[in-house]
Design a protein around this ligand. Structure first.
Ligand code: GRF
Length: 229
């Protein structure tokens, strides 16, 4: 990760690359905000590790360059090292200020993460540090959590363990199922992601290699949004 905070003081839009694996509803929120002029960003490219991801269509419809890195030329599923080699080359071409993992479902290697010049953030569907990994909504219901939500954290080599920048939380309803909770949390994600990127673009949250996330006005991170949906 680079030593300097994200460059935005020159009033240029923040250049963002988005990594996706699925539907891309979070990507769509960013596209809509960019097109509406509501967020000072330029989505310079989208990388999908799945060729069937609907996110690809969303990017194409918005005329955003897309790299699909799912299979090798011989038809084999790409090994993570091969994926990372191609992704690195693509990102070098696009020169993003920030890499956003939005529903990206492959685990990246420490070498890739540590050597990537721009900071990288990930959207995770739980109130980290609880429920790292998969099946977060199901686990929250099984335990009987009163609150649940989503987090945006800095990507580090340890899975879902980097500094948490922001969180959005809601109350778990007694009637919630895994599906209803997932849908409710996804609504939060659609607010948390653009809000967090705005804070980064405006320099309110600074990312640098020393502390991997400092807040320039208030003393502590994560910033929390309490939302109901
Ligand atoms: C999100 O719910 C995220 O929390 C999870 O994957 C989902 C991606 O959704 N990791 P989408 O592809 O942005 O619609």
């Amino acid at each position: 990760m680079s030593d300097s905070p994200i460059k935005t003081s020159n009033n240029k839009p923040l250049r963002i690359a988005v990594l996706v694996s699925g539907s891309g509803s979070n990507l769509q929120v960013l596209i809509d905000a960019m097109q509406a002029g509501a967020l000072p960003i330029e989505i310079v490219g989208v990388i999908s590790n799945r060729e069937d991801a609907y996110a690809i269509k969303r990017a194409e419809q918005a005329n955003i360059p897309v790299a699909v890195l799912s299979h090798t030329d011989s038809g084999k599923r790409m090994a993570i090292k091969t994926f990372e080699t191609h992704a690195s080359a693509q990102l070098t071409t696009w020169q993003p200020d920030l890499i956003v993992l939005a529903g990206f479902m492959r685990v990246l290697s420490a070498g890739f993460i540590d050597n990537m010049p721009p900071p990288m953030i990930n959207l995770h569907p739980s109130l980290l540090p609880v429920y790292k990994g998969l099946d977060t909504h199901q686990r929250a219901i099984q335990v009987g959590e009163r609150h649940h939500g989503c987090s945006i954290h800095v990507v580090t080599a340890e899975l879902d363990a980097g500094a948490v920048l922001t969180q959005a939380l809601l109350e778990v309803h007694r009637k919630d199922t895994t599906d209803s909770l997932q849908a409710r949390v996804q609504k939060l994600e659609h607010q948390l992601l653009p809000w967090t990127i705005l804070l980064l673009a405006k320099g309110v949250i600074n990312l640098n290699s020393q502390d991997k996330g400092t807040f320039s006005i208030l003393p502590t991170l994560p910033l929390k949004l309490y939302l109901d949906s």
